[in-house]
Ligand binder design. Structure first.
Ligand SMILES: [Zn+2]
Ligand SMILES: [Zn+2]
Length: 302
């Protein structure tokens, strides 16, 4: 001991787009002493820590980080979600769970409201091909994990083997169904059957019905009810879908937060993620004090 006491190690400053890319294995770290995660569980835990750390930033700053991440790394992230890597020590149960509850899934959940995600899903370029498979893959994985996770939900005490409470699964399932509803909302104008097979839909419906009844007025119950509405295609739900599409506000209405104009919008030619009613509103948004578009405007290859 030399008598010098150091403050505890902590993450300093916000995590930037490239920090997330390094953690997901999409970019080499610039730091020579960077330790790659040993397995996908560790990657997920670290990712959650990064996200919690950035939760201290205001929403506009978080969106700037995610916009750049999406512009550069979204297609690769979707690819990894669709084909999750495994490590030699993974048990069959872990491999099964990591098909849904992975770092890649956590990122998709976190970026689903970012306009680049909607652009990616709309894109017909080969680089965005993964987006067309996402709805089916996500729904299949929810269906295949539902029996196990539902058992955890019904016995909410801490699992001695994993150290996780049953409520943990309530939030994971809630996130999965929420992401599914975002995807379905994006494709609602097209034929849903092209992104979700009738067989998978039929397997999914009973689980959504069960959870929406059991967890009424909780997040899980609410997202299940909303997703049931989208899947049923009932007329009464169209209004709800329209208001949900406001999540992608930059597309369906003028990009200026206080402007509600929806007609004759012109797209920002560089990023193609936002539309404006007038050149004046486009100029104002570029340097908007709370969320300047120049910080979020990137070219993409999708
Ligand atoms: Zn406007
Ligand atoms: Zn732009």
């Amino acid at each position: 001991m030399n008598g010098i006491s150091l403050p505890p190690a902590r993450i300093v400053g916000p995590m930037w787009s490239d920090d997330f890319a390094v953690l997901l294995g999409l970019k080499e770290s610039a730091r020579p002493n960077y330790h790659k995660p040993n397995n996908e569980v560790e990657r997920l835990y670290r990712l959650v820590a990064y996200k919690n750390h950035n939760a201290e930033l205001d929403e506009g700053q978080q969106d700037i980080v995610w916009a750049r991440f999406c512009a550069l790394y979204l297609p690769a992230t979707v690819k990894l979600f669709l084909n999750p890597p495994t490590s030699s020590g993974d048990t069959p149960e872990m491999i099964q769970e990591l098909k849904l509850n992975s770092a890649y899934f956590e990122v998709l959940v976190g970026i689903q409201h970012i306009p680049y995600f909607a652009k990616y899903l709309r894109s017909s370029k080969p680089t965005a091909a993964g987006g067309k498979k996402l709805t089916q893959a996500l729904a299949e994985r929810v269906v295949s994990l539902a029996p196990t996770w539902d058992r955890h939900l019904l016995s909410p005490e801490v699992d001695s083997r994993t150290g996780r409470p049953g409520d943990y699964f309530k939030s994971v399932i809630g996130s999965a169904v929420q992401l599914l509803s975002t995807l379905l909302t994006t494709f609602v104008k097209e034929d849903l059957a092209t992104v979700l097979s009738a067989a998978t839909k039929a397997e999914l419906l009973p689980w959504l019905q069960k959870w929406s009844a059991r967890y009424m007025r909780e997040f899980l119950g609410e997202v299940c009810l909303r997703t049931l509405g989208i899947l049923s295609g009932e007329r009464g739900f169209n209004k709800g879908v329209r208001s949900m599409r406001k999540v992608f506000k930059n597309w369906d209405t003028c990009g200026i937060p206080t402007c509600e104009v929806t007609e004759n919008l012109k797209v920002c030619g560089r990023c193609q993620t936002v539309r404006y009613c007038t050149p004046g509103h486009q100029r104002a948004h570029w340097t908007d004090p709370s969320a300047p578009h120049k910080e979020m405007c990137h070219k993409t290859d999708y």
